[in-house]
Ligand binder design. Sequence first.
Ligand code: SF4
Length: 472
Amino acid sequence: MIDTLYFFGGAGKYKYECERLMTAFYPSVRLCFDEEPDSADGYVSLYSDGGQLRAVLYDGERREKSAASSGDDTLDELLLCGLMYDLISEHTEITLPWGILTGVRPIKVIRSALYTRPDAKSYISDLLRVSKEKLDIAKSIISVQDPILDMLTEKSVSLYVSIPFCPTRCSYCSFISSSGGALKLKDEYFELLLKELDECRALTQNAGLDILTIYIGGGTPTTLSAEQLKRLTDKLGDFPLSHLKEFTAEAGRPDTVTKEKLLALKHGGVSRISINPQTLSDEVLRAIGRSHSVEQFFEAFYLARKVGFDNINTDIIAGLPKDAEEGFADTVDRLIKLRPENITLHTLSIKRSSALKADKSDLSYRGAGKMVAAAQSALWDNGYRPYYLYRQKNIADNLENAGYCLSGKECLYNIFMMEDAQSIIAAGCAGSSKFVGKDGIKRSVNFKYPYEYISRFDEVIKRKRQAAEFFK
Ligand code: SF4
């Protein structure tokens, strides 16, 4: 078993990307620097010295690949990852659909290559080793996104509001605020959030910014009461919204959805909501710790239609415990028949401190690759097209999450945010404000946990005021 990654000479500076790539093949990897490999173990060693890049794989037998250094660190990192990828891929007979790309935003990388490099095709296919299938998806997404990105100006921003509470914690998630203790803080948190939003409004007004989209996410925003949702949308209604094109609120957990809450969102101007089944199997729902049934999902969905929502997103996840190809195909088919405007196809990604991470027994079968491939063709055959895509750490089969939608129903916020295309002003726990300028991107992240947010609220406000400097 290969379990160690050794670095020699200058190769240590490439450790971040190399480790991420190696963990896509071998989930736990030990890193060692300038240390003699223990030949009893299987290992990969990387070298960068004397103008040469080398990768060695040992697993009872020694294999080596090498290339001349380009003299450029960025390119050398890719070259070294490529050598390592080829060795491991030949050894394991596994190819990764995104090749050596391990980052969150592959579309951004591919767009940049296509638009700026004369050698784009060989750069993407040969150097990055991205499969033709993934390149085709990326090109399709770019063609949908480009006209949408064209609507942005220097003044356009989006607003993100975080409601960091859930009724229970899903077994693959490490989201902390689903515990009973955290939920007790909800009302206090909510009052402070409204105050932070006052700061956000002042910031947008003073800087003359145009808010294009609002996104209320979480957590599960519909853990708030109908009255709180009304107060929240009233508060957001005080912002300068003459440029607003989209207003999304997540109502992710069907067991938190009521008619009163949906009406509060609808009357408050919300134009798009998300109701997430994750799977249409009660057995799988139980296995992942969701406290709702498939029936409750359908009830919430039909209720949302009745209240008048004509843009509904539904999230599903490939590779969940107790699920298999047939079961997942059934979920996809039944969901397509429901005709939500958006279907977001996730691949299971197990967070570090999740229940699933602790209980490895449930991961004996995943088969996410086949599930995703079958779902993609079913979605295409039924008029859904991918419009945004991102990847997460520890994602099953090194795949991706992708938003599919019916024509004209793309979620603008998802595109702007994932392509780092505009500034995002974020309020609430873990809200990550992003300031996109000519000199790159600056970030300001709020405290992660509700108790910190509450106890250090003065700092939250101070940071928001400092953020206003960016727009001056
Ligand atoms: S996956 Fe979503 S709904 Fe489930 S606990 Fe995490 S944040 Fe909450």
